[in-house]
Design a protein around this ligand. Structure first.
Ligand SMILES: NC(=O)c1ccc[n+]([C@@H]2O[C@H](COP(=O)([O-])OP(=O)(O)OC[C@H]3O[C@@H](n4cnc5c(N)ncnc54)[C@H](OP(=O)(O)O)[C@@H]3O)[C@@H](O)[C@H]2O)c1
Length: 332
């Protein structure tokens, strides 16, 4: 596709849309041409902040406007499915925040629609495109620590006042879907899909998960221990270990500044050049795929999106978390 500057449309004016749009400014070949919000005031404010030409008070009107090549979706999770589906059906590429849908069934449907319309669809799992994370996994693939046998990762924070969506079942609240997806993705990247998973969770009176612990077992004998929580501040560490040592992503493992290699020869800090907040890396991958005419971005693979959602489905079943939007299905 001969696109000089890729035209981005942003859906929703919340926290992550703001961080993502700021970071898009790092890319000379990207331009944000449209913003949509549920309210014209928010769209106008966001539009002023980032110098965006087209401002809509309705997500669908942006999709129908013909002003963008690719849509970034930053609404709460339950809204992702319908918006992403409408965009893909209109032939607009989609980069959608994680988790892309509430269920694996919905994600499979989006990917089928993307394939049917030959339109790029990617999950904004920005950890996968982070240069430090990529360097650490390249090190693992080289065999530096031998065959990985254990992964550990945690993600959790406590705030006196949480963003309302985090504790709202209607909005896909709970730490598993929002934060637990990162430790799960780390273990999946390190060890692949587990044979067996066990999970326990503490829920509040509304049935929203506040703390979750997961144990995964692999055919190779490898295991993973993963936690996430809203009642404690976690170190946000992730590590993968094998017979010859460990690779560790310290504090903020989903957007780390460096990694640590521990082997029999000692411990070494490995720095990798990084700039921006880290969201522009996923955007650049999406733009490369768009120009190459790909339906799937190799750095943000469809199979991983679906398999992680299958693991989330099963984890939620085990801990007893369900959402009003779980049954939504727009496929044939
Ligand atoms: N990749 C990351 O680092 C990262 C970080 C945080 C969150 N996320 C993901 O991004 C998504 C949004 O998270 P966020 O923290 O940005 O949330 P947020 O600050 O609450 O913003 C969500 C936005 O979605 C829109 N929206 C549409 N329907 C809504 C509804 N019924 N209730 C509330 N807002 C609604 C609103 O924008 P308008 O009013 O403009 O329509 C709102 O500002 C989630 O899926 C989350 O998992 C990713």
């Amino acid at each position: 596709m001969g696109i000089d500057r890729v035209r981005w449309g942003i859906v929703a004016t919340g926290n992550i849309s703001t961080s993502f749009t700021k970071d898009l400014g790092v890319l000379d070949d990207a331009v944000v041409t449209a913003i949509a919000s549920r309210s014209q005031d928010s769209a106008d404010r966001f539009g002023e902040q980032f110098g965006i030409e087209h401002r809509f008070d309705d997500y669908r009107r942006l999709i129908e406007s013909g002003t963008v090549d690719v849509l970034y979706i930053g609404t709460p999770h339950p809204q992702h499915y319908g918006i992403a589906r409408a965009a893909l059906q209109a032939g607009i590429a989609v980069l959608c925040e994680k988790p892309v849908t509430l269920t694996a069934r919905q994600a499979r449907d989006l990917i089928a629609v993307a394939n049917e319309h030959k339109t790029l669809f990617a999950e904004a799992m920005w950890m996968r495109t982070n240069p430090v994370v990529q360097a650490m996994f390249a090190d693992l693939a080289k065999g530096t620590i031998g065959a990985p046998m254990q992964a550990l990762a945690d993600f959790g924070f406590h705030r006196p006042k949480f963003a309302p969506r985090l504790l709202d079942r209607e909005l896909g609240g709970g730490i598993l879907m929002d934060g637990g997806i990162y430790p799960m993705t780390f273990a999946y990247m390190a060890l692949g899909r587990p044979e067996e998973i066990k999970a326990v969770g503490s829920l509040n009176e509304d049935g929203v998960d506040l703390s979750v612990a997961m144990a995964w077992r692999y055919a190779s004998g490898a295991v993973a221990g993963l936690t996430c929580g809203l009642r404690s501040h976690h170190p946000f560490n992730a590590s993968v270990s094998g017979p010859d040592g460990s690779l560790l992503l310290p504090g903020g493992f989903h957007h780390p500044e460096y990694y640590i290699r521990q082997t029999v020869s000692g411990e070494e800090r490995v720095d990798v050049p990084m700039h921006g907040a880290g969201y522009h890396y996923e955007a650049a991958e999406v733009m490369r795929s768009l120009r190459a005419g790909e339906v799937e971005c190799p750095a943000l693979p469809h199979a991983a999106t679906i398999e992680i959602l299958e693991l989330l489905d099963e984890t939620r079943r085990q801990i007893g978390v369900s959402y009003p939007g779980d049954d939504e299905y727009l496929g044939g």
